[in-house]
Write a protein that binds this ligand. Structure first.
Ligand SMILES: Cc1cc2nc3c(=O)[nH]c(=O)nc-3n(C[C@H](O)[C@H](O)[C@H](O)COP(=O)(O)OP(=O)(O)OC[C@H]3O[C@@H](n4cnc5c(N)ncnc54)[C@H](O)[C@@H]3O)c2cc1C
Length: 471
């Protein structure tokens, strides 16, 4: 057993952990980051390739149990989910910040405060729009929305562009993790924190298992302060495994998402994630597009129940699009003794199912208006639609037994706020009852933001570190 000592231990190196480590290291703190996944050079793998999925995803399909189940994905590597995400960037809508501050009694959570930290983050990582015309897969959404008279916008992204217009995603492994290291932070990849060491209202450090070329070894890290940034699923699981349960893990929020594989008369490019969003019904319903490689098209087609081999013919003409909702439901994350992965549950309400059906129909309308010739919904046995008047069949088809749903946005499992009966952490992420234990990741976002969450997570994390540094 090896021992390490550090002033601040940061567990997880994704959107929340990288901000935390970089800001603390820059302030001269002695920082150690432990990351369960591997440290992979951001240039080593083709973005969205199978190789990247195998290396950087937390493996095995994960599902939130409920009726229907909801498949979810998480990153597991240095940089966390920012390494595998689409890089779409949207600040937290100010009306939600104001509503949450009041509802959950969160101090210093005004839109102006969050905007100040968002600006700081945006200077650190490039946040830009496309330098030229959108790719055809994205233009589809803009064209369809314009024909229907609906609002659509191009979202900003955390990308840089070279003179030839080639884009590079500014993930945490490319930006804030190296900056933390430059300022003296140590990063221990392949090192999973199994549990925290508790002592009289404080946390003394963490027990870890590190994989090295020589084999697995146990590691104990002693720390004056601990920030848990393992993501909205793994953070509550780790706290519960460590015996910390009050207000931890309940209140999980997701953006349940339903998809369509749309066939067009001509190939649409598959190089990039569509950056347009139809925001006519936002924030409660958002329409967008996903990366489409052959495998994604096959999966999306299979989810409609058709024979994928036939439907995959000319797959270059197929693009995958989605409708995501803010749901009334809430879920839970529960660490079970002896099991490595937590149990995750999420029960959609009747209202949620109805919103998903509406989302699917609106998504179908946009795609047909944009010139799609065949629509395959992610509803098993759902009718393949070719004309707008056929969309009505999807209202009834979007049932619990037949809907194939997914999400990549999980939040709210350690909600912040001053009401201890409803919040797991205080307004700045300090776990109630512990002086030196903080959470600083997606878990803290008090509710589903209705937009891509990375911007909100990073701004909240920067705000919390500033508070910590102020003493
Ligand atoms: C496929 C996909 C696409 C997405 N697209 C977008 C998008 O376009 N825009 C957007 O805003 N958001 C997007 N998101 C969501 C966004 O990436 C996440 O919300 C965000 O990264 C969460 O930040 P986090 O710090 O909470 O967790 P993560 O970024 O997931 O980082 C958590 C890290 O902690 C590590 N960890 C977990 N447990 C332990 C442990 N016990 N010990 C040590 N380390 C541990 C994990 O391995 C992981 O690396 C997407 C997500 C996915 C999966």
């Amino acid at each position: 057993m090896t021992d390490v000592e550090t002033e601040v231990l940061v567990i997880g190196s994704g959107a929340g952990g990288a901000v935390t480590a970089a800001k603390l290291a820059r302030a001269g703190r002695d920082v150690t980051v432990v990351e369960e996944g591997p440290w992979i050079d951001p240039d080593e793998m083709v973005p969205f390739s199978l190789e990247e999925m195998a290396a950087k995803y937390r493996h095995r399909p994960s599902v939130a149990l409920g009726n229907p189940v909801i498949a979810y994905t998480e990153g597991r590597c240095v940089g966390g989910s920012t390494e595998i995400n689409s890089g779409l960037y949207h600040r937290l809508p100010p009306e939600l910040a104001a509503e949450w501050a009041a509802r959950y009694e969160i101090d210093e959570f005004t839109p102006a405060t969050l905007d100040r930290y968002a600006t700081e983050i945006e200077h650190e990582i490039a946040v830009t729009r496309l330098p030229g015309a959108p790719p055809p897969s994205s233009a589809v959404l803009e064209r369809g929305a314009t024909k229907l008279g609906w609002r659509a916008v191009e979202f900003e992204r955390v990308f840089t562009y070279d003179e030839a217009g080639r884009s590079t995603k500014q993930t945490m492994a490319r930006t804030l993790v190296p900056r933390a290291v430059e300022k003296g932070a140590r990063v221990l990849p392949d090192c999973r924190v199994e549990r925290l060491i508790r002592r009289e209202g404080r946390v003394a450090g963490a027990r870890c298992r590190q994989h090295t070329p020589e084999g697995a070894r146990k590691l104990v890290i002693y720390a004056d302060h601990v920030f848990v940034c393992a993501g909205a699923i793994q953070t509550p699981a780790l706290l519960q495994r460590s015996g910390i349960r009050a207000g931890i893990g309940s209140g999980l929020k997701l953006h349940p998402t339903i998809k369509i594989a749309a066939r067009f008369p001509q190939p649409i490019d598959h190089g990039d994630v569509p950056m347009h969003r139809v925001t006519e019904f936002a924030p409660n319903l958002t329409i967008g597009g996903s990366i489409t490689r052959r495998g994604h098209a096959a999966l999306a087609l299979a989810e409609s129940g058709v024979e994928p081999a036939n439907a995959l013919e000319n797959w270059e003409q197929v693009g995958v699009y989605y409708a995501a909702i803010r749901s009334d439901a809430a879920g839970a994350v529960v660490a079970l003794p002896g099991l490595r992965a937590p149990l995750v549950t999420y029960r959609l309400t009747e209202g949620d199912m109805s919103r998903l059906a509406r989302g699917l129909v609106h998504l179908g309308e946009v795609l047909l208006a944009a010139g799609a010739t065949e629509l395959y919904p992610s509803v098993t046995g759902g009718v393949v639609v070719r004309r707008p008047e056929e969309l009505v069949a999807w209202w009834d088809a979007t049932a619990r037994r037949s809907s194939n749903l997914m999400t990549v946005h999980m939040t709210s499992t350690v909600r912040i706020g001053e009401d201890r009966s409803r919040a797991g952490a205080d307004s700045f992420g300090r776990i109630w009852g512990y002086d030196n234990l903080r959470v600083n990741d997606a878990s803290l976002v008090p509710d589903a933001p209705g937009v891509n969450p990375q911007a909100a997570i990073m701004a909240i994390a920067a705000r919390n570190v500033a508070r910590f540094l102020a003493g």
